[in-house]
Design a protein around this ligand. Sequence first.
Ligand code: 48F
Length: 259
Amino acid sequence: MELDEITISRAILSSQMEKLLEFMEMDVAVVGGGPSGLTAAALIGEQGFRVGLIEKKLSVGGGMWGGGMMFPRIVVQEEAKRLLDQFDIAHTSYTEGYYVASSVEAVSKLTASACDAGVEFFNLFSVEDVMIRGDTRLSGLVVNWTPVEMAGLHVDPLTMGCRVAVDATGHDAVLARLVERKGGDVKVRGEGFMWADCAESEIVSHTTEVFPGLVVCGMAANAVAGEHRMGPVFGGMLLSGERAAALATSSLRQENSAA
Ligand code: 48F
């Protein structure tokens, strides 16, 4: 078979354009492909909703990929071990209640689960704003290419509609801060010092719908709540992603029944 470069280019452009158009109206947009976002996306996707994961970097994984200070290992505590099992992430017991896994395997398995659940990935897309009409409910995202942002080019963004957005942007809590800055009823307190025990035990309760149609999870949830940070222990991220998935789907169902 003789390969034709134009056919290769057409295949890429037409299939991606089809996906982009299909995802102009999503059920859930998960913003950020770190551990909490990947977990949330996989679990929402499994329920048959149309989920797009928008990641500003080239690769997903966020702060999980690099493990602890570039040693590609993560620690997960007892409470979240069941999620390691659920996503088939191999782990060894270090000492009672502490499990160690490869950060590369963890990101890969979470990503593969999200792919299997039908989640569509939009990498190198940076969310720069949100759409809210009349202070009622978040209805979409304003996105641009990350390279446009990096180069400081004056290029107008495009928009993607979603019924629920999950802010999984990590320490920056980008979506929550945007809503706060533009006068929405959200207060971002900013994260506190390193204190793993507090940070991990409170993260699930901080994972909430902070504004109609906007769920915060992972470090973004702790940043909104003024909670501590935790370093390379990741159980809370998985549990927070799981909680965000439950909140996002219940918000969708409420919206359905109100319609
Ligand atoms: O930071 P990140 O891994 O978030 P997380 O799921 O997990 C936090 C942990 O990795 C770690 C920790 C746990 O011990 O404290 O830091 O809460 O992933 C956040 C992702 O969001 C992307 C970013 O590139 C990263 O991959 N992101 C951030 N801002 C934007 C964005 C944006 N404006 N648009 C799209 N993606």
